[in-house]
Design a protein. Structure first.
Length: 497
């Protein structure tokens, strides 16, 4: 039974930890994925914003004004957007030239509206300088990594004309898309609303947005937001390792947690065995006496009084045993009820001094018959709240136990005194000490010491167990000590009212 209980304990703990870890790690992966998607969205919008800003700046340069500066020969500076010009006035390429170099078919007249040179990282001057120094360089494929600026999300940026034609924004793109994928994307997004979305069949995130009179489409690979997969794999390994460690810990703690259960199970089995033995003996004697009496029905009761008296003695012993068991069961029930919040039976004020003195007087005749000196030192006026009947049984049990196990001609001393806010009752006797092996078990139910200690004295081993339960019921303790020099002492400590 204990093995099955232990297996259930470990399985329940492991299942609980596995569920908690799975939920927590899944939440981490979801949050990571959402953050990655938000980052991609931000990168696409940033690309569109930079492209729109750059287009506005270029259009501003291409528009002459009254205060336009003159050239060195005194003439007005040439128009940046003129069809015959090969360079802008600042030495940079015009948008039309940039688009022509990128291989895009551009109408020179409509170049300001349909073609935008864009950059994604750094200032406009740095972007243009980088573009001039890498005219022939192809844009990286989506999913690349730029070492100079850390990890960058590659973006492919396009402008869309009124008839749906898409124009790449030249070498300023940081990613490229194959023509067939681009055509499929254009078809799917032709009637789509503006905003952020995904094309799962093409593996692309997109942002469709109009800025500065131009409709833009920006694309990024869905792999840019797939970092959660590696994170999930890592967390899965961590979870497996954590469960393995927790399994080892659960094995250890299952033994520790179930130790009281194992001890209670062992005590219960011993209790049943001892109770059965103590009940079996008187029943056997009673049945034997009855059988002998029935064999001679012609005999008178007086002639068979030996068997009848023996039967009565065993029945009384069995009655005492059953009474002790009922007392323990009742006290256990009251203790369990008190722990669950129920009120204990009402206590009354008890003069413990009178109780102890009364029990000492009861055992004076017993001590006299055995040739034992019974002495007492009882401090008067010690009162507390409790159950007088049970306190009387506590004192009587300790004195009776001392008188039973005292050596011939020995002494039994009973002392009651105040010890701060507690009453201290000590009963000490001389004689053979309790062995160190038996001393921790003297309060166990049905436990009896060795033959040298019992000396043939009767008893079922329940008296001290009941005495300790009474002391604990009143908020006190009952301890035992035994040495060859000082003898055996049982000390009950009870709180005063």
């Amino acid at each position: 039974m204990l093995k099955k209980l232990r297996i259930k304990f470990i399985a329940l703990n492991m299942a609980t930890v596995a569920v908690v870890l799975t939920v927590v790690f899944a939440a981490i992966c979801v949050v990571n994925h959402r953050q990655s998607v938000a980052t991609v969205d931000g990168a696409l919008n940033q690309a569109i914003a930079q492209a729109s800003e750059h287009q506005s700046r270029q259009m501003g340069k291409d528009t002459p004004g009254e205060g336009q500066p003159e050239s060195a020969d005194g003439q007005n500076a040439p128009d940046n957007g003129g069809a015959g010009d090969s360079q802008a006035s600042d030495g940079r390429e015009s948008p039309a030239q940039v688009a022509e170099q990128a291989g895009a078919a551009v109408d020179p007249v409509a170049s300001r509206e349909d073609v935008v040179a864009d950059v994604l990282v750094g200032s406009a001057d740095q972007e243009l300088a980088a573009a001039d120094s890498s005219d022939s360089a192809a844009p990286p494929t989506i999913g690349g990594r730029e070492r100079s600026g850390g990890q960058v999300i590659p973006v492919a940026l396009f402008s869309v004309s009124a008839d749906g034609a898409m124009t790449a924004l030249g070498r300023y793109n940081t990613a490229s898309i194959s023509q067939d994928v681009l055509e499929q994307a254009g078809e799917q997004l032709a009637g789509a609303d503006e905003g952020f979305g995904s094309l799962s069949d093409l593996g692309l995130f997109y942002v469709k947005r109009q800025a500065g009179g131009v409709m833009y489409l920006a694309f990024a690979d869905m792999g840019s937001a797939s970092g959660w997969r590696a994170l999930a794999a890592t967390l899965a390994v961590v979870e497996v390792g954590t469960l393995a460690v927790f399994f080892v810990i659960s094995l250890f703690f299952s033994r520790w947690a179930l130790r009281p259960v194992a001890r209670a199970w062992t005590q219960q089995r011993r209790f049943v065995a001892d109770a059965s033995h103590d009940l079996k003996t008187p029943l056997t004697v009673i049945l034997a006496n009855t059988s002998i009496a029935l064999e001679h029905p012609e005999r008178s009761v007086a002639s068979q009084s030996q068997w009848l008296e023996s039967t009565q003695h065993e029945a009384e012993a069995m009655q005492g045993l059953v009474g002790d068991l009922l007392t323990l069961a009742k006290m256990d029930e009251e203790e369990a009820a008190a722990q669950s919040g129920a009120a204990r039976p009402a206590f009354e004020e008890v003069d413990l001094s009178d109780v102890v003195e009364g029990e000492v007087l009861q055992f004076e005749s017993v001590a006299f018959e055995r040739g034992v000196k019974l002495g007492s030192q009882v401090e008067p006026g010690i009162k507390l709240r409790g159950n007088e009947q049970r306190l009387r049984r506590l004192a009587g049990t300790l004195i009776d136990n001392a008188c039973k196990y005292v050596d011939d001609g020995g002494t039994v001393d009973v002392a009651l005194s105040r010890a701060g806010k507690q009453a201290k009752l000590e009963v000490r006797n001389t004689g053979a000490p309790i062995s160190p092996e038996d001393l921790p078990h003297v309060f166990d139910r049905f436990y009896r010491a060795d033959k040298a200690r019992t000396g043939g004295v009767g008893g079922h081993g329940l008296g001290l167990a009941i005495a300790r339960a009474i002391a604990e019921e009143h908020g006190g303790t009952l301890t035992a000590s035994s040495t060859q020099v000082e003898g055996t002492a049982f000390t009950a400590t009870l709180p005063l009212k």
